[in-house]
Design a protein around this ligand. Structure first.
Ligand code: NAD
Length: 356
């Protein structure tokens, strides 16, 4: 069989290997001839290779240029830097794209939600500029701030720095408009807190407003992030594309997932000029890992986004239609959607629906 696509597959931690195997089954059925290059990252990699993100994993992504990735556990407050953040910065995957649409057969408070979150992925509070409370670096920073701005920070404060640049903003704004035009989206809503943070969020807003790019027929508005959040939960159907700095984008992605039925359903892509890594919005779900009950749909739909990125339009649409068919059928679904089925049973039902 001729190999049409070479793809790095990173199963990840927790439910990652389970949903990865499920997605692989569906994608192989939809588009024969994928060569999967499987590499480790996360706790399995730490145990076997002595590194959370081994060089051969990065190499495999650079070589294939496209990866499908499961979630990776980040131990909270342990001093470990998030592997996801590191990967996005290492490969300069500056745009996260997370579509959230109402799915058939999944009852939710709001119907007709069809949103896309576009999140800047490399700057903001996630840049990783951290000064631990009581460290000599934090003390030096306090001293510097006293001199520079006459500001006093408590000696027991930890500090995270929030950089947002003109260049970083311009490329995500351009990406958002290109995405909107290519996907027939009508409006971009930019979320910010420019009144409180004029030098970071304000710069994001001013740069986006002023950027001289071809906006096509896409209209543009901005909204304070708190107001935007309230309106999203009340009238999500009003919104189309949300353009957000890193932290707000992370939080609102989960909110949008909640609007359409939960984290088990929402796919995502991290895209840069050279590389693209597709992964679900959800994490490694340690509470259900190893039981074979994780919902594979978010991972499967991430795979469909990947197929579209590779130019496999028919395969991508077939996978999405098959997912809809299984959800409408209602019989085969995982416990998060109120069903009794296993991860693999859902994957097999989706694969079977591909040919129905
Ligand atoms: P989580 O998304 O793993 O879980 C939140 C809740 O949603 C849990 O109750 C979980 O059981 C449920 N859930 C998530 N995915 C599901 C699925 N496919 N099917 C059914 N239920 C599902 O979020 P968390 O608990 O905050 O994070 C756990 C770990 O994952 C943390 O270490 C975090 O850092 C990491 N994480 C990784 C990524 C990534 O790799 N891209 C993203 C988010 C969180």
């Amino acid at each position: 069989m001729t190999r049409r696509h070479r793809i790095a597959l990173i199963p990840g931690d927790g439910i990652g290997p389970e949903v990865s195997a499920a997605a692989r089954l569906v994608l192989d059925a939809a588009v024969p001839g994928i060569e999967w290059i499987e590499r480790m990252a996360g706790s399995s990699a730490l145990a076997e290779r002595g590194a959370l993100l081994p060089p051969e994993t990065i190499e495999a992504i650079r070589d294939a240029r496209v990866a499908l990735k499961g979630p990776i556990t980040t131990p909270i407050g342990s001093g470990f830097r998030s592997i996801n953040v590191e990967l996005r910065q290492e490969l300069d995957l500056f745009a996260a794209v997370r579509p959230a649409r109402s799915l058939p057969g999944v009852p939710t408070r709001h119907t007709a939600v069809d949103l896309v979150v576009i999140r800047e992925n490399t700057e903001d509070l996630y840049r990783g500029i951290e000064f631990a409370a009581g460290s000599p670096q934090a003390d030096a920073l306090r001293e510097e701030l006293r001199t520079l701005a006459g500001l006093e920070i408590r000696p027991d404060a930890g500090v995270t720095v929030k950089p947002i640049s003109v260049a970083g903003t311009r490329r995500i704004v351009r990406f958002a408009f290109e995405y909107a035009k290519a996907n027939r989206r009508a409006m971009i809503t930019l979320g910010h807190k420019a009144g409180i943070m004029p030098t970071s969020d304000g710069l994001f807003l001013r740069t986006a407003r002023a950027d001289q790019i071809d906006r096509g027929n896409v209209s543009f508005e901005d909204m304070q992030i708190d107001h935007l959040t309230a309106r999203l939960v009340r009238e999500p159907g009003r919104f189309d594309v949300l353009l957000l700095p890193n932290l707000y984008g992370d939080i609102l992605s989960d909110l949008c997932a909640g609007l359409v039925g939960g984290l088990g359903l929402i796919p995502g892509a991290n895209i840069g000029w050279e590389y693209a890594v597709f992964e679900p919005v959800h994490g490694s779900a340690p509470d259900i890992a190893g039981r074979g009950v994780a919902n594979p749909i978010a991972m499967v739909l991430s795979g469909a986004m990947m197929l579209r990125h590779l130019g496999e339009m028919a395969g991508a649409s077939a996978v999405e239609t098959a997912v809809d068919a299984v959800l409408v059928g209602g019989e085969v679904r995982t416990p998060d959607l109120g069903g009794p089925s296993s991860t693999m049973a859902v994957a097999k039902a989706i694969a079977a629906a591909l040919n129905a």
